[in-house]
Design a protein around this ligand. Sequence first.
Ligand SMILES: *Cc1c(COP(=O)(O)O)cnc(C)c1O
Length: 397
Amino acid sequence: MIYLDHAATTPLHPAAFEAMLPYLKDNFGNPSSLHHLGKAAKFAVEEARESVANLLNARPAEIVLNSGATEGNNHALKGIAARLQGKGKHIVSTQIEHDATLHPLLQLEKAGFEITFVGVDENGVVRLDELENSLRADTILVSVMHANNELGTLQPIAEIGRLCRARGIVFHCDACQSVGHIPVDVKALNVDLLTLSAHKFYGAKGAGALYIRRGVRLDALIEGGHQQKGRRAGTENVASLVAMGAACQLAREAITRGDEARVAALRQRLIAGIENGVSGAHLNGHRVQRVPGIANFSFEGIEGEGLILELDARAGVCASTGSACAAGSLDPSPVLLAIGLENGLARAGTRFSLGRGTTEAEIDELLRQLPEVLESLRVLSPAVRAALIGGQSDDAG
Ligand SMILES: *Cc1c(COP(=O)(O)O)cnc(C)c1O
């Protein structure tokens, strides 16, 4: 198996796994309990909070621990909308956000908020002038992701944050694809709210955090007990949060050691290998301004979905069309449409996302197998497409 889907999820780091084990067994206390078992759990949760804060250059009190980035984004967007609706009902975001941002925003739109979705250039970088021009007196919130999950392209978050701060507009950033892979400093980035998810950087699934800058007020998303000072009710997922704390520490060490730089070098090897050895391949996203692990290609005459299935079946390669949440749909990727690709290429998007465990041998094996797999699909593709789309002719090119 060659696992190249780290942007969908990463394997749990063995040390993070070891760290969480006691909290799945003997240390099963509820962090809200007053006895020693509860106190031990509480201590572990607070350590995890501190570790997240350290990774982000934040204070522990600015970290709300939660179930992951879908929750974090919902909390940030809906919480600010509810809190500030008296001040204005205009929100600015981009055309390339993850569904975990897009769908809450569409829900807010139905509830009477006005959302401006700013476009991106051909590299997937948000148009700063368009964003600045969209800011109004009634704009209460701007939400822009740090690294795009399909392309890997990094956004000019610090600049956007400066524009927002100068106008007193709350700025939220979904940093799921950057945290744990490159340095993310909430102060340097000028963000008010920042979302992260542990399973994107070798932590366990079902754990994440929302950074809330001191002084920023928003409504809670989940009401109930008084955990986390009322900002997120519910008994904490102690073991997964402990794993996230460990993953944050491991990420700092990995970045310092150059492990992520090695991932970036392997990504470059893959890009060069495809561009030199595969005909009809188009690299999507910014060439330089991107996170270490992600490379996205459109192959002419190929459906992304078909390629993923064939790579898996023939070569044991796990890749993705981009968004795990959109898997199973044959619609062109909205992100690839936003960077200006025509329908055919936008349906062809294939994301290879590398991780710290990826080896040079794996990349070379993929490069060896890819031309054959593409060739077999190009021969089959009209029939495959017809079968998949139910016999309709199409313009997939
Ligand atoms: C994975 C991801 C999410 C969702 O995170 P979960 O913790 O799985 O809910 C949100 N935004 C981006 C950019 C992601 O990559």
